[in-house]
Write a protein that binds this ligand. Sequence first.
Ligand code: GAP
Length: 455
Amino acid sequence: MTQTEEKTLSTDTPMVPMEKIVSLCKRRGFVYPNSEIYGGVSGIYDFGPLGVELRNNIRRYWWWSMVQTNDNVVGIEGSIITHPKVWEASGHVENFVDRLVDCKNCKRRFRLDHLPEENVRLKKCPVCGGELTEPRTFNLMMETYIGVVEGERMKTYLRGEACQNIYLDYDNVLKSSRMQIPFGICQIGKAFRNEVTPGNFLFRQREFEQWDLQFFVHPSEMQKWFDYWKQFRFEWYQGIINHKDRLRFRAHGPDELAHYAKQAFDIEYQTVLGWQEWEGIHWRQDWDLSRHSEFSGQDLSYTDPETKERYIPWIVETSGGVDRTFLNLLLDAYEEEPPSRKDKEGRTVLRLHPWLAPVKVAVLPLQKNKEELVTTARDIHKKLRRLMVSQYDDVANIGRRYRRQDEIGTPYCVTVDFQTLDDKTVTVRERDNMTQVRVAIDELPMYLFERVTWR
Ligand code: GAP
């Protein structure tokens, strides 16, 4: 299957309420509230056994698409804590702020830029109609301290956007690899923001993970590369969702551009939260390298090896979120199917792309009390688990076991039945259409591997 190959799934299913995803995530071990036994921390989450598999698959597939298969892109992994001057140079200390208002009546809190114009003008709460306070400004950077001796400790910040490490390491990458402009540097890493209104589950968190490409170009080629990566990223998302009509671009208006951006587009996805940003494509121009040159005193300009022209490279940024991808994929994949001819009880199914599904295959003996079936199924599972995430399950009747796997998005179930003992074949049941085929045990690893691994 290629990135852009269409899947034959309906796109007219209703939007999934967030509570269904929150409940599934907790019940089946995708996501847990952080520090739950102490009452939790707003906007911070932990990932359970299935969650971590899904996250790893999402990250690896992004890395494969962006770094491994692009000769002009390399990766780095920078630290969360950097010199505090980084955040002065980047403009975050001064500009990375949200403006907040509170309702004097119902005590609800709103970000000023999330309120309808009318409510801002009339200072009126959109929920109860009460009077709103004057806006207050808050910086989103999370502070921390390096050092132990009082008075010598240096105040710095947990990174507010992961991409800053890329600008800091740009010159080292250039000197230590054989990259020449145009080229890109990628990174996946945690970012921290003291969001004043965290919420909507994983959508707006205080600790989250970003993936960034910073692509360095000659100014004369900026438009070409901006258009290239904008389209590339759109198609990447299209390739991993079912509801292709719920993806679109939105251009930023002049009043909402970030302090560094000269032009920006969001790739948006439509869920029960409405159309919301999934990834930003930003025309950062020479802002970052110029500022870091200025604040550090290091010359970060580039000399073209052929023309000897010297210039500060311009930057195309594609910046998205692992957590938002995780959430959007679950919202995109979740479906409650009513009883049908194929499944008399109805089922909940996660139609996750097989490349990304946390468990790739479940191996099920038809009956638990038949030793030969159990032994054969366990043997198959032991072979498969070396190649992909496989689960062995012999608890409850086969229908219940299929439904358990459907609910976590397992694309294939392998059933060992009495025919297996005669002809060494198994039944492979496919999650979406519930079709079943017989496959020889010897051919099973390759049959599954080809279907669950990206190429
Ligand atoms: N370096 C550019 C930058 O950080 P951004 O639009 O602020 O741009 C990029 O963030 C992406 O990071 C967003 O598109 C979103 O996917 C993710 N993101 C941002 N804030 C987030 C938050 N509070 N919680 C979860 N994901 C977030």
